[in-house]
Design a protein around this ligand. Structure first.
Ligand SMILES: NC(=O)c1ccc[n+]([C@@H]2O[C@H](COP(=O)([O-])OP(=O)(O)OC[C@H]3O[C@@H](n4cnc5c(N)ncnc54)[C@H](OP(=O)(O)O)[C@@H]3O)[C@@H](O)[C@H]2O)c1
Length: 333
């Protein structure tokens, strides 16, 4: 048996329960989870906002731990290895988009908010030595999404001006750290003065509070426009991002936290020769490149708060209230 966090049904509080310990199939491994991390996706799922939710679902896309057992087709040499799990399943090499049968760990397949998780061996990558298990668990989903949006889709180059909107978000903060490591000139917006002060200390060139009246006009006056903008809010504020983009700018977006974008102005977009780039997660090669980048640059993910697995509900409430700066972690065992 093992302990796990279960979503019995959407809208119900999370249950910390004992369930059967899973066994690996021929191509799979059993990972003893040391730490897991929350993504907004997990919160959306608890509210029933994703299709395919099954009763008693074990949530969680992000995890790091030790390989405890392997299936018959997997080499025994993996046992005991410290690993990070790639939650992006079924998308091998097509750089353009994910396949129809693409899945993200944690729905519908049982996820990482448990003492053990089963994944195919192909989705493991060795944990870089400079990362703790908590930092390693923070990386997978958000780091991958940030990496693809920033580098594969927006093609960020050193010296370019980049704006990260809603920098307090899990993916956004990785985009911020990755852009700094890539020698871009990085600006950020947030609805929190405290979070803006944090990113100023981390190396932001400029900041703006998107809750303040006229923020986009003032920011626009202080820069000649942004070559790259990374966003996950959508909504009305997206039009300000179009105004802030430099001619030829690329806006990559991976979320719609603030809903549909009203009154999108086609003239502004085509006259400025802008590229609007939708982006989702990333493929196996991008995951590998992201981990290599983090290892080479010795990037440490920002950890907001660490909760024991049995306090998962408090961790979910914190994310739902948007209080976090960096990743919210569940410590397992
Ligand atoms: N397509 C994909 O592959 C993919 C992957 C991951 C996430 N997502 C989506 O992307 C979104 C963010 O995910 P996450 O896990 O990073 O969530 P998160 O950690 O909860 O971050 C959400 C952030 O949104 C920012 N925000 C809220 N209102 C905003 C506004 N009006 N303008 C600009 N920013 C605003 C806030 O930033 P401040 O706190 O700084 O104000 C907040 O921290 C979610 O909608 C999620 O479903 C998509």
């Amino acid at each position: 048996m093992m302990n796990a966090v279960l979503l019995k049904n959407p809208g119900q509080p999370l249950a910390f329960s004992e369930v059967a310990k899973p066994l690996p199939g021929p191509d799979e491994v059993c990972v003893k989870v040391k730490a897991a991390a929350l993504n907004h996706r997990d919160v959306w799922i608890t509210k029933g906002q994703y299709p395919g939710i099954v009763p008693d679902l074990i949530l969680g896309s992000d995890g790091a731990g030790l390989v405890e057992a392997v299936g018959e087709n997997v080499p025994d040499s993996l046992i005991g290895k410290a690993v990070i799990i790639n939650p992006s399943h079924g998308w091998t090499d097509n750089p353009s988009h994910q396949p129809d049968d693409y899945q993200i760990l944690g729905l519908p397949k049982s996820g990482t908010f448990a003492e053990y998780v089963i994944v195919e061996a192909q989705y493991l990558i060795e944990k870089p030595a400079h990362l703790s298990f908590e930092e390693a668990a923070a990386l997978p989903l958000a780091g991958l999404t940030a990496y693809r949006a920033l580098f594969s889709r927006a093609d960020l180059r050193a010296g370019e001006r980049v704006l990260i909107s809603g920098v307090g978000g899990g993916v956004a903060l990785f985009a911020f750290q990755f852009a700094l490591a890539a020698d871009a000139v990085v600006f950020a917006t947030s609805g929190s003065e405290e979070k803006l002060n944090r990113v100023l200390k981390m190396g932001a060139t400029g900041i703006a509070n998107y809750k303040e009246e006229g923020w986009a006009k003032s920011l626009g006056k202080s820069t000649p426009g942004f070559d790259v903008i990374i966003d996950s809010a959508g909504g009305e504020g997206f039009n300000s991002l179009i105004n802030l983009a430099a001619p030829g700018g690329r806006i990559a977006f991976y979320g719609g936290t603030r809903g549909n974008i009203p009154k999108l102005n086609p003239q502004k977009i085509f006259w400025k020769q802008l590229s609007l780039l939708g982006s989702t997660m990333g493929n196996a090669l991008e995951f590998k490149k992201m981990i290599e980048f983090v290892d080479a640059q010795k990037i440490h993910p920002v950890i907001d708060e660490v909760f024991p697995l049995e306090q998962a509900q408090q961790a979910f409430d914190r994310m739902d209230q948007g209080k976090q700066f960096g990743k919210i972690i569940l410590q397992v065992g």
